[in-house]
Design a protein around this ligand. Structure first.
Ligand SMILES: [Zn+2]
Length: 119
């Protein structure tokens, strides 16, 4: 059964925040866990109006739209861990292109760092 944790008052959310090392404007907004399935679901989001660097030229851009995605993260404390986030696309005025913002938890090179961090 999925149970929600309130992120303001929970030590576990602090631990995930440290482990994920999220950078602005990303925030861990919600955590759920399933003790039958032994899994965590981490919900990550950004604030309305947040600016993201254009993947091409680095100019600060607002989100144009966003796509909901889910990733399997490395396990935390031997529980399966899923991450859920809206990944924004930016419309850069300098490049005149709509591009998906890269998120660091979907980059393989960060996964090895997490492997070390979770031992
Ligand atoms: Zn650009």
């Amino acid at each position: 059964m999925w149970t929600s944790l309130s992120h303001n008052e929970n030590l576990i959310s602090d631990l995930f925040n440290v482990a994920l090392a999220l950078e602005e404007p990303w925030k861990l907004t919600h955590i759920e866990y399933d003790d039958q399935d032994e899994s965590w679901s981490l919900f990550i989001d950004f604030e309305r109006g947040a600016l993201f660097p254009c993947p091409n030229c680095g100019a600060a851009c607002k989100a144009y739209d966003a796509e909901k995605k889910m990733w399997r993260h490395l396990d935390f404390w031997n529980w399966k861990t899923y991450m859920h986030a809206r990944v924004p696309r930016t419309h850069c005025k300098s490049c005149n292109k709509v591009m998906l913002v890269p998120v660091k938890w979907s980059r393989p090179k960060c996964i090895s760092r997490w492997t070390n961090a979770t031992v």
